[in-house]
Design a protein around this ligand. Structure first.
Ligand SMILES: CC(=O)N[C@H]1[C@@H](OP(=O)(O)OP(=O)(O)OC[C@H]2O[C@@H](n3ccc(=O)[nH]c3=O)[C@H](O)[C@@H]2O)O[C@H](CO)[C@@H](O)[C@@H]1O
Ligand SMILES: C=C(OP(=O)(O)O)C(=O)O
Length: 426
């Protein structure tokens, strides 16, 4: 299994081009199931999860062709065409590896009247139930049965619009219901919808495919069903989690880095906090710059929250920064109940962190020390890379396959701004 070695202590300087968002690209690829015409997606990042999704869609008879981008940060182009959909079962082995596989449930049942998708099960960051996905589709007339670990959604005469009220903000269930509603008969109203930029991106693509959607980016989305959708070309929005991760990398290592092909608006909640930490942030034509020069970061407390709040997917990376800040911070995780798996690993590097219920109390130490570490999920792994940038000596991050799920050419991007980082192939 590959490992990543980081020799810490170097400041970062230069430019990092940001890739397309994994969490936008995955549901956008699934949206191809809603039409028999080609859906062309550009700025698609080259990641393990994208390859999984392409394989899953191929298993349903979708033709998937792609060509990679040529430059660092330039995404690939995917052409997906679901004119001969032949299957409607997403097997356990695929859904287990990648939870976004569950997003096919709504599109398959609305297009074919039947879908069978494995329950995803728990994962490293929490139980992650799918009850709200199912309740949403039931509100649109689907019959849901559970058998041998599979969800069977049945709507032989198609779905009908309804009111879907989410008691909790859920990105995935909003996406599942949004896609299903496009081909349902009548109007669907999604109440307490997620407002994440990835939902807006998906909605914009569906609109380009002929869907009738209003309220994107608000907590009330209204979809008037249409008989059919057509093909479209859509560019995947920049990855705000990758953007935020490299912004924090600059704050932890010091130096000045410009993040291009992105927008400060996507990570406004993080940038507000980084300014309090002591970083300088300034917009540029194609993104923004982050700089931290000559002084220690200050401690700032954060609570994770749905967009536009502080993203749970940046919590681990921000915690790495707080381990070397002056003073103490409280980092409260409100979205997932078990998203502190990075804490013991950061402690192995010399951090002072105590977990109290849903919060981690981080007291800054003068320096971290390199160590062999390993994380059990994607963003936790990236937090260990960031800690390694600031640590004295060598950090070896094991289980690199987590990082490959969500960070395109991470070593190359960090090396390009002066980090001493390399992949050690097994
Ligand atoms: C592929 C993708 O886009 N993944 C993102 C998506 O995950 P995902 O879509 O799985 O996360 P959700 O927004 O659905 O989860 C939010 C909360 O709702 C709960 N919940 C969710 C569904 C459900 O049926 N029942 C239920 O109780 C979850 O357990 C969690 O506590 O949003 C998360 C929250 O921003 C991010 O961390 C993930 O990176
Ligand atoms: C948690 C994430 O992904 P997933 O929802 O696929 O587990 C993530 O992207 O940080």
């Amino acid at each position: 299994m590959d490992k990543i070695s980081i020799k810490g202590g170097l400041r970062l300087n230069g430019r990092i081009p940001i890739s397309g968002a994994k969490n936008a690209a995955l549901p956008l690829m699934v949206a191809s199931l809603l039409t028999d015409e080609p859906l062309i997606l550009t700025n698609v990042p080259q990641l393990a999860d994208i390859v999984f999704m392409a394989d899953l869609l191929r298993s349903f008879g979708v033709s998937v062709d792609w060509k990679p981008g040529t430059k660092l940060g330039e995404g690939g182009t995917y052409r997906l065409q679901a004119d001969r959909v032949r299957g409607s079962t997403a097997e356990y082995d695929t859904v287990r590896k990648m939870r976004a596989s569950f997003f096919v449930l709504g599109p398959l049942v609305t297009r074919l009247g039947l879908a069978k998708v494995s329950l995803p099960g728990g994962c490293a960051i929490g139980a992650r139930p799918v009850d709200l996905h199912l309740r949403g589709l039931q509100a649109m007339g689907a019959t849901i049965d559970l058998a041998q670990g599979y969800v069977i959604a049945d709507a032989p005469a198609g779905l009908t619009g309804g009111e879907v009220v989410f008691p909790t903000v859920t990105v995935g269930a909003t996406e599942n219901v949004l896609m299903a509603a496009c081909l349902a008969k009548g109007t669907t109203v999604i109440v307490n919808a997620a407002r994440e930029p990835e939902i807006v991106d998906l909605g914009n693509c569906l609109t380009a495919m002929g869907a009738k959607i209003t309220g994107l980016g608000t907590s009330r989305i209204v979809v008037d069903g249409v008989d059919r959708l057509h093909g479209a070309t859509h560019s995947v929005l920049p990855d705000r989690i990758e953007t935020g991760t490299y912004a924090i990398a600059t704050a932890i290592a010091g130096g000045e880095v410009e993040l291009t092909n992105t927008s400060p608006d996507l990570v406004a909640s993080l940038l507000d906090v980084l300014v309090l930490v002591g970083a300088e942030v300034s917009s540029t034509g194609t993104g923004f710059k982050v700089a931290r020069d000559g002084f220690h970061p200050r401690s700032v407390s954060v609570n994770t929250a749905p967009f536009p709040g502080f993203p749970t997917d940046l919590q681990a990376q921000f915690m790495a920064l707080m381990t070397i800040a002056e003073g103490s911070s409280r980092i409260r995780e409100t979205i997932f109940e078990n998203r502190f798996m990075h804490v013991p690993e950061l402690i192995r590097m010399g951090a002072d962190i105590k977990v109290e219920g849903d919060s981690a109390i981080v007291t800054g130490v003068p320096k971290l020390m390199g160590a062999p570490v390993m994380a059990t999920d994607l963003r936790a792994s990236s937090s260990l890379v960031l800690a390694g940038l600031a640590a004295e000596g060598e950090t070896i991050v094991n289980r690199v396959y987590h990082l490959d799920r969500g960070f395109e050419r991470l070593e190359e991007k960090l090396r390009g701004v002066g980090a001493n980082i390399e992949r050690l192939s097994a």
